[in-house]
Ligand binder design. Structure first.
Ligand SMILES: *Cc1c(COP(=O)(O)O)cnc(C)c1O
Length: 440
């Protein structure tokens, strides 16, 4: 059982003001609830920019000026965010036509995009080539044939990297572990498939193989995972040079750095982690007698998670004597499916009100017709929590808006950006008319 205490402000952009009201990005939350309604996704623009700058300066210091940071935009994808990411000098990972289209409409230069996905349809490949996506991160051989054919039609030579599975178990939730040999993603070094797809990729006329990519998992707090991964990947780079004469220009070592959802988790030092990995990779490259390729990292969660907060209004409070208490909010698994999917921990705090030693331990639940519609269990709440009170769920910037659904035909909340004491809409609140729009 994980308990978080009221007083513990797990991120730097949270505080309580003199009236005891919870503030985010320096702004008290109740006026925002009044202006925009709840449930409400809030983003702290300065925090997004700060996280981008932390990454970019660290990779440049560790790996040199050419190193890249690609924001994995599946973590949160909407036009305003692509604009901010572009202004900060990051590239993006995209995984679908929808993400490519959103980035394009935001004016994002698509030559700075990597196109992922383990199953790109021919239509996806064509859409990406037509729109000038810089690199494909190719998962499998069928994809190579599709890219070659469509690139030929468009008269281009498409740059690609190959997704390689280094066989590292990141000791994290199995559901988000992707670097193991039996993963649905990429080609494994261990089975010889990685070498086979490399030599195949070198045979296509309309494809330029630039290098390799890997991503071993998510919510990783331990630099050792990256040390082990990069060692395996550099060994592979050296092998391909020796065995196939292929010189790797680009090496992407993935994303996955952990963020702090609850007080018991550490706040990871991103810069220190990157510098440790960079030092070791430089030594490894020297030892292997190869030039260190241009390195890219592709964080998603750790760029946006702590820049987000979701605001809810309490509805029904149900106490079942001798069993448990439920606090229902006006959102739920439709705006945050992560507890239902992975049992993810969260910190949920009342916007007003102290949680004393007599705190009531509650389950905070949503309003869907589904018993699994839970935001968090064992949450301490003020004993007088009641209908109309505001609750804040912290660290909701990643995989919330982007994973939101219309289950039960519930409209998705708006996205509001906070900047320098001001707020502005980035995504409007969905209406029930929006939901019915496609019904014939
Ligand atoms: C999801 C994903 C990322 C980002 O992972 P985070 O845990 O959000 O940093 C990076 N690369 C690939 C290929 C991914 O699928």
């Amino acid at each position: 059982m994980i308990l978080t205490k009221n007083k513990e402000m797990i991120c730097e952009n949270l505080n309580r003001n003199a009236d005891g009201e919870l503030c985010f990005a320096g702004m008290p939350l109740s006026p925002l609830a009044e202006k925009y309604g709840t449930p409400l996704y809030l983003y702290d623009e300065a925090r997004v920019r700060h996280n981008c700058r932390t990454y970019l300066s660290a990779v440049r210091e560790g790996f040199g000026e050419a190193a890249r940071v690609m924001y994995a935009s599946k973590a949160a994808s909407f036009k305003r965010l692509y604009e901010i990411i572009n202004e900060e000098g990051l590239g993006v990972d995209v995984v679908s036509c929808g993400e490519i289209y959103t980035a394009k409409l935001a004016g994002f230069p698509l030559e700075n995009a990597y196109f992922h996905s383990n199953n790109k349809t021919d239509a996806d490949v064509e859409f990406a080539i037509k729109n000038g996506v810089g690199y494909f991160v190719v998962d499998n051989a069928e994809e190579l044939f599709a890219i070659d054919e469509i690139a030929k039609e468009y008269g281009i030579k498409q740059k690609i990297m190959l997704r390689i599975t280094p066989g590292i178990d990141p000791h994290t939730y199995a559901a988000v572990a992707t670097g193991k040999v039996d993963s649905k993603f990429g080609s494994a070094i261990e089975t010889g498939q990685a070498k086979a797809i490399t030599s195949l990729a070198l045979t296509f006329e309309n494809i330029e193989l630039c290098g390799f990519h890997c991503h071993v998992g998510s919510q990783i707090f331990d630099a050792d995972v990256y040390l082990a991964t990069s060692k395996v990947m550099l060994g592979f780079v050296a092998d391909m040079e020796r065995e196939l004469g292929f010189i790797t220009k680009d090496l992407d070592i993935g994303g996955g750095l952990g963020v702090r959802y609850i007080a018991d988790q550490p706040a990871l030092d991103i810069k220190a982690t990157i510098l440790i990995v960079a030092e070791e990779m430089k030594k490894d490259a020297e030892r292997l007698g190869i030039a260190l390729p241009r390195i890219s990292l592709e964080p998603g969660r750790s760029i946006v998670a702590d820049a987000g907060l979701t605001l809810y209004t309490v509805g029904t409070v149900k106490r079942i004597p001798g069993y448990k208490s439920y606090v229902s909010v006006d959102g739920g698994m439709t705006d945050n499916p992560r507890f239902a999917l992975y049992g993810s921990p969260y910190t949920i705090l009342p916007v007003f009100g102290e949680i004393g030693d007599d705190a009531e331990i509650c389950s905070v639940v949503g309003r869907c017709c589904e018993s699994g519609d839970i935001l968090q269990e064992n949450v301490p709440m003020p004993t007088d929590i009641a209908r109309g009170d505001l609750l804040a769920c912290l660290t909701t910037g990643a995989y919330h808006y982007s994973m939101a659904s219309n289950y039960n035909r519930i409209p998705r909340p708006p996205v509001v950006m906070l900047n320098d004491g001001d707020s502005y809409l980035a995504v409007k609140r969905e209406t029930i008319e929006d939901i019915i729009k496609l019904d014939i």
